[in-house]
Design a protein around this ligand. Structure first.
Ligand SMILES: Nc1ncnc2c1ncn2[C@@H]1O[C@H](COP(=O)(O)OP(=O)(O)OP(=O)(O)O)[C@@H](O)[C@H]1O
Length: 340
């Protein structure tokens, strides 16, 4: 068996680069003939190498880097008939995908050992027109704001802090009149965002799409129907507080295997966000590719206590946010939607 490790030499304080010989060693001991490729600064470097290696007959491709590197490797192999298995070694800042697969995020070599252990999950992958995504497809004004958030804040955690602080952005949160066609129905009307999730791990939080299954062929679809900033803040607080937003009447929450999304007003553009990056404009058709790529995962691991400090840090941020929002009333929001 042959394994290709595609690693981002710049990610995670160059720790991947430093640990590369040991990573290759773990794979060799697990029975692979292992080699490595360092990604280049060009945006599709990992994608091209993944495609090349798959066509050259590699049995395993290990994506070592942040979620961006994993996304690219998936884009390289997803269109192929014969797809190699994938392993992931997290080296980014948020590492949502590793969290979903219960791959350790605090120890690179332990992550490599998950591959050696041999357990896999056949993961669902998203396809948006011709681009593949691993975790999130979304659209609407609320998601468009994320492009303007400084990149180190591109986690939900940072985004929340930004929403609370950056009140000057808020008047621009206006709903888009959209049509969304999903398995069990159709939504036509205003919404400030729609969100399709493949895992329950988004920006470090596990409560956005609380019941996501990794291999059931379904996205979790969440539509935020209100554009009232106060209501949105309260919904976020409910979300942080145990995922209770999904039962709220201002949210549409369902499972679907596909989605068609378009903006209904001619002069309105709806940008689509795929795994945190701009991925083209609606109209767009999203499809869930059921169990499309087999990935190594630590199936029996106890979820998530691995990363010391992180859980507490997120809990603190959530509690601070909830506290901040609890006392807000309509009187705190002026005519433009500003928090005054
Ligand atoms: N050799 C390189 N030099 C500079 N940039 C690179 C190189 N290889 C890859 N990149 C860039 O790194 C980005 C992908 O980063 P990746 O997702 O692996 O890590 P990250 O950004 O640290 O992760 P996260 O998104 O979790 O913070 C891409 O924009 C890619 O072009």
């Amino acid at each position: 068996m042959k394994a290709r490790v595609i690693y981002n030499p710049t990610s995670g304080k160059e720790l991947l680069k430093k640990n590369l010989p040991d990573i290759l060693d773990i794979l060799e001991n697990a029975g692979y003939e292992a080699s490595a490729f360092a990604t280049k600064p060009e945006p599709d470097s990992a994608e091209k190498e993944a495609r090349r290696a798959a066509l050259a007959g590699f049995d395993l491709i290990v994506a070592a880097g942040g979620d961006g590197t994993i996304n690219q490797v998936v884009n390289g192999i997803a269109p192929l008939e014969n797809r190699p298995k994938m392993g992931i070694i997290p080296g980014g800042t948020t590492n949502d995908y590793a969290r979903a697969l219960k791959v350790p995020r605090d120890n690179i070599l332990n992550a490599a050992r998950v591959i050696a252990k041999g357990q896999t999950v056949k993961m669902d992958i998203g396809k948006a027109n011709d681009t593949y995504f691993i975790n999130i497809g979304a659209g609407g004004y609320l998601t468009e704001l994320t492009y303007e958030v400084p990149s180190q804040l591109k986690s939900v955690f940072g985004y929340l802090a930004y929403l609370v602080k950056g009140a000057e952005m808020l008047p621009r949160v206006k709903p888009i009149n959209m049509r969304l066609v999903y398995d069990d129905g159709e939504y036509e009307g205003k919404a400030s965002m729609f969100f399709l999730g493949l895992t329950n791990s988004v920006g470090g939080f596990e409560t956005i799409a609380p019941n996501a299954q990794l291999d059931d062929g379904k996205f979790s679809l969440i539509v935020v129907k209100t554009a009232n900033m106060l209501e949105i803040m309260h919904l976020i607080a409910l979300m942080l507080n145990g995922g209770r937003h999904v039962n709220d009447s201002r949210i549409l929450y369902t499972k679907t295997s596909k989605l068609y999304a378009e903006a209904l007003d001619e002069d309105v553009r709806m940008m689509i966000n795929l795994d945190g990056e701009y991925g083209g404009d609606a109209p767009m058709t999203f499809q869930n590719l059921h169990q499309h790529i087999e990935m190594f995962a630590d199936v029996d691991a106890i979820p998530d206590e691995a990363v010391t400090g992180e859980v507490e840090e997120l809990k603190e941020a959530s509690d601070a946010f909830i506290k901040e929002v609890e006392h807000l009333t309509d009187e705190d929001i002026d005519g433009d939607g500003h928090i005054s």
